[in-house]
Write a protein that binds this ligand. Structure first.
Ligand SMILES: O=C(O)CCC(=O)C(=O)O
Ligand SMILES: [Fe+2]
Length: 266
């Protein structure tokens, strides 16, 4: 997997979905962004950890259950023993860090015009009038899932039980987020994770997010098996292309993007 697009901090989300004809506000309005004092740092142990070591063994159904439970309760989980060699992850993070230290004109040579490119790099240290500096402002991902690799500098925060919590890096683990498309497919049983990344000026932070998207013509919508009289479809069927185009057209907070695809009866 080689990076197809390299970008920094907030530019990350704008350029993901910025149409050729104008800018698009992809993140939630600042008024909805919580301040640092609203972050509960005391419950860091709450990151669900899935150890993939025995995934292919007799315990497989147990893993699947654990993953389902984490998606339902937390909207994210960390994966250990995922099979990606530690050295590879470290090399990627080092390459990303080196890249950001290149002069700007060198960096621009690596930009891709493909808005669907799957890897984005985030690092930042900017002066800010807020009490925190946002590497990536509050948002949900427009993906099925997002796989995040991060170095050892904390910064990722997620909403859990209506509170912001820090997701401190776990050595050799990657973090998986539920994205908007999985929320639709699961008929809202799994919620797209509201998250943000903060940075500080003392220590640079590098993270690499791999966005896993459906193809443009993929039919998204609640899985038929999940629908019955007690669980009516919350979303109508749509293609990923329709969703993606609406992201460009309609200005709304990321957490409300899927509302445009609600079933009439919902
Ligand atoms: O840097 C991070 O931890 C989060 C990045 C992120 O949320 C994203 O790329 O969508
Ligand atoms: Fe994200």
């Amino acid at each position: 997997m080689s990076p197809t697009m390299l970008q920094q901090a907030d530019a990350h989300h704008r350029s993901l979905s910025e149409p050729k004809n104008g800018p698009f506000t992809y993140t939630d309005p600042l008024s909805e962004v919580p301040t640092l004092s609203g972050v509960d740092t005391s419950i860091d142990g709450s990151t669900p950890i899935i150890d993939m070591e025995g995934l292919l063994g007799p315990q497989r159904s147990e893993f699947v259950k654990q993953i389902g439970h984490a998606c339902e309760k937390n909207g994210f989980f960390a994966v250990k023993n995922h099979g990606i060699p530690e050295m590879k992850i470290n090399n990627m993070l080092d390459t990303a860090r080196d890249f950001f230290h290149l002069p700007e004109e060198e960096r621009l040579k690596f930009r891709s015009s493909d808005p669907n490119s799957i890897i984005r790099l985030v690092t930042a240290c900017q002066e800010s009038e807020l009490d925190v500096t946002y590497g990536v402002r509050t948002h949900t991902d427009p993906t099925l899932i997002t796989i995040l690799m991060q170095d050892d500098v904390p910064g990722l925060q997620v909403i859990n039980d209506d509170k912001w919590i820090d997701v401190n890096p776990i050595p050799n683990a990657v973090v998986v987020h539920v994205g908007d498309m999985l929320q639709a497919l699961s008929n809202c049983r799994y919620k797209s994770l509201l998250h943000q990344a903060i940075v500080n000026c003392e220590k640079e932070r590098v993270s690499i997010a791999s966005y896993c998207y459906p193809s443009d013509d993929a039919e998204i919508g609640p899985a038929k098996k999940l629908i019955d009289d007690d669980h009516p479809a919350i979303y109508k069927d749509f293609t990923y292309k329709e969703f993606h185009e609406s992201m460009w057209r309609v200005k709304c907070s990321t957490a409300k993007r899927l509302d445009l695809f609600k079933a009439e009866s919902a």
